[in-house]
Design a protein around this ligand. Structure first.
Ligand code: ATP
Length: 254
């Protein structure tokens, strides 16, 4: 087993008297795609927010490659290689697809416009932007304004921007939500491609059981903020306790 890239230990957050995430301890490894499932209100998004830094834990820790990051801001965690796809929020809607990707590549390289950089440096960034454009099959849409893209292509662009940030940890919240059946397989293929790079750790919150089945190497189940089950998909899906609390309430809705 590889060394975990991300670990949460007894991670807990309280909102007043309500414990939304309760002492969740879990280790995530490179090359592994973990899907986090659970009924509505189980604490999945809150757990994600505690990892990416939108929320700060009441107690417990988050560690990235052995270094504690529990109290860091979201942007500081992004510098540590934690990348989360947010629907539309990191798109510049009035710029083109290619411009959005270029800006993200530049931000990743840590520069704005700089008069004294050699031209070759900018060529390298432009080459990288083209690479992510092609990898996400957005080349035919390169010069379209982001705001004018259909929803499914906007979500592909979000994946492109996330890839351009070159994180070690990829976090996706329901990546095919609101997407037509035509587009969903494209996004799932992109996520499979990320997973195939064995150095990346992928975390996904997902309700749709077909997406869970298509992608998961491992499933963790949250229920009332607690870690209820953790293991290979077949084992978790067939466990009676999971069927009782999760599948019994959600499969029909998926
Ligand atoms: N900022 C907050 N203040 C108070 N309570 C909150 C806050 N954020 C989340 N909660 C509560 O914490 C619990 C877990 O919510 P969370 O959104 O993490 O669940 P979830 O599993 O992602 O649900 P869903 O599948 O419906 O998105 C819920 O009871 C929710 O009302």
């Amino acid at each position: 087993m590889t060394t975990p890239s991300l670990v949460t230990r007894d991670l807990t957050i309280r909102f007043g008297g309500h414990v939304a995430v309760n002492a969740v301890s879990c280790a995530f490894h490179p090359g592994e795609l973990t899907v986090i499932v659970g009924p509505n209100g189980a604490g999945k998004t809150t757990y994600f927010n505690l990892i990416s830094g939108q929320l700060t834990a009441s107690s417990g820790t988050v560690e990235k490659d052995g270094q504690e990051i529990t109290r860091l801001s979201p942007s500081a965690r992004a510098h540590h290689g934690i990348g989360r796809a947010f629907q539309l929020t990191n798109l510049f809607p009035h710029l083109t697809v290619l411009e959005n990707i270029r800006l993200t590549v530049q931000a990743r390289a840590g520069l704005g416009w700089h008069m004294l950089r050699p031209v070759s440096h900018y060529r390298e960034l432009a080459r990288k932007a083209e690479h992510y454009l092609e990898a996400t099959r957005l080349t035919p849409l390169a010069h379209q304004t982001a705001a004018n893209l259909p929803h499914g292509d906007q979500r592909k662009l979000e994946v492109a921007l996330l890839m351009a940030m070159e994180p070690d940890i990829y976090m996706f919240d329901e990546p095919t939500a609101g997407m037509s059946l035509d587009h969903a397989p494209d996004v799932l293929d992109l996520i499979r491609g990320i997973k195939a790079d064995r150095s990346k750790t992928v975390l996904l919150v997902e309700h749709k059981m077909d997406v869970v089945r298509a992608l998961a190497d491992r499933i963790i189940v949250l229920h009332n903020g607690e870690l209820l089950a953790d293991g290979p998909p077949e084992e978790v899906m067939s466990s009676q306790i999971v069927r009782d609390v999760y599948l019994g309430t959600s499969e029909g809705a998926a």
